[in-house]
Ligand binder design. Structure first.
Ligand SMILES: [Zn+2]
Ligand SMILES: [Zn+2]
Length: 82
């Protein structure tokens, strides 16, 4: 989960994003219950080619309805607008 949920009343608290501030004892701002917060981080990785191999350009419709020419990398799927 990406919010700090009170174990008693499920009230959601927005994390500050700072490990030191989010971790430790917190008091629920809704019911006053004190609980312990453990911050867990899952590593996420994103990869892309060093050199993209672009496929032949094609025309697609952009979300705003405009037709645009794009190229996709055949390996990682990266989209480049021409
Ligand atoms: Zn609560
Ligand atoms: Zn690529």
């Amino acid at each position: 989960m990406d919010t700090i949920d009170c174990p008693k009343c499920d009230h959601e608290h927005k994390p500050t994003g700072s490990h030191e501030d989010d971790q430790g004892t917190t008091e629920c701002e809704n019911c006053g219950f004190q609980f312990h917060v453990e911050v867990e981080y899952e590593p996420t990785y994103s990869t892309s080619c060093i050199t993209h191999q672009m496929e032949a350009p094609k025309q697609i419709q952009a979300p705003n309805g405009e037709m645009i020419n794009v190229q996709f990398c055949k390996h990682c799927g990266r989209c480049e607008i021409l």
